[in-house]
Design a protein around this ligand. Sequence first.
Ligand code: UD1
Length: 335
Amino acid sequence: MKKILVTGGLGFIGSHTVVELQNEGFEVLIIDNLSNTTIDVLDKITSITQIKPSFFNFDLKDKTAVQDFFNSNDVDGIIHFAAYKAVGESVHIPLDYYENNIISLTNILQEMKVRNLSNFIFSSSCTVYGQADELPITENAPVKPAESPYGNSKKINEEIIADAVKAHKFKAISLRYFNPIGAHASAKIGELPIGVPQNLIPFITQTAAGIRHELSVFGSDYPTPDGTAIRDYIHVVDLAKAHIAALNRLLKNQQKNNYEVFNVGTGKGSSVLEVINAFEKVSKTKLNYKIVGRRSGDITAAYADTTLANNELKWKAELSLEDALLAAWNWQKTL
Ligand code: UD1
């Protein structure tokens, strides 16, 4: 049984990926410092798969703790999710973002180098493209200067991985996620925003649940068919499965280069108003919303060209926007 380390394995995308790894017969070890999740996610994962993953609660910035972990555990692959991820917050506390997101990465890569480990998957973001000049966005689109310290940390992390792969000959894949949404079909795991949600879908479900009074739609004057901004919303379970595909590519030595990058999206763009309409339909609720001004730093439109992931990873998003919104709503109702 191959052993896979999942950092941030109790977070939103991490927990769904752990479930899919266990479904595929991998043994999973989770490192998570619970900075943006709770320990009961471990029990929820166990109740979905009937397998309890090994769990290690420490901070990846702690170099000695990272060394100790690798001293006592052999792993065949690493999926690195653990990172701070709030765009707005990163503007206010940039140093915390750089310290956390960069030191955690280099601490792991150092251990990989020392121990000759390989097979590293990094959780990157379509934010590295900024507002791309052409849509859909291919992996060849230029990486643009980041709009936020969070976005910049993703860009820098990708550069660090590329340099480390070149020097130390291990294999790595960065997956550039578009907008991950939804929850597990069991409604046992999902997104757990702390405080007021910044992202669209948790704000929608909390408004429908009566926790928020009203959703603000940020901007209706974008050059899009209905004037609202367009994104590529991907079901988190589809996204989790993309990690399995990437991992198998690494484990089976199917790479064309030691470091590869793939877009992970559905290939389909949806506007904010389309998302609201789809949500109202699947949840059979009426959403209280109003149109307000644009949110600073937002782009007009982003959606993925998924040809490379489809062809090389033999992976493709299978679930619809409606599936994801219904799953997110069912999850919200359990909270
Ligand atoms: C944001 C980040 C992106 C990050 C992703 C991870 C920015 C600029 N980008 O993406 O780097 O990888 O989250 O989750 O923050 N919207 C509303 N009302 C709301 C919330 C959002 O109208 O209350 C709109 C936004 O203006 C946007 C769309 O919904 O057009 C999606 O927003 P959001 O879910 O925050 O994701 P992104 O901004 O695309």
